[in-house]
Design a protein around this ligand. Structure first.
Ligand SMILES: [Zn+2]
Length: 100
């Protein structure tokens, strides 16, 4: 299986490491905290859906450009629909490549 890194092109999947679900959003933490905030953080840290279909996942290209990536992958066919740089992770490499 090959994964299309936005910086390196299509590379063998053995160069990449799966780092988890990219869909959970970190809850805002008010200054005074509270039980509701603790429940939201518990859900954010520990609870994941077991989706049969398209998911957003973090991947790390350790065997290449060492970038964090976000991939949309089908859990039923293992097909990668898209691979993009994770927010903030690819900004430095894009500047090095002359992109803006
Ligand atoms: Zn790469």
């Amino acid at each position: 299986m090959r994964i299309a890194c936005p910086f390196c092109g299509a590379r063998d999947s053995g160069e990449f490491t799966y780092l988890g679900d990219a869909s959970p959003k970190r809850p805002d933490a008010p200054i005074d905290g509270g039980v509701a905030v603790e429940d939201q953080f518990y859900d954010y840290v520990y609870l994941r859906d077991n989706v049969a279909g398209l998911t957003r996942e973090y991947w790390y290209h350790g065997g290449g450009c060492r970038s964090w990536l976000i991939a949309e992958r089908s859990t039923t066919t293992h097909e990668f629909k898209s691979v993009t740089a994770a927010p903030g992770a690819g900004a430095a490499k894009a500047k090095q490549a002359g992109e803006r």
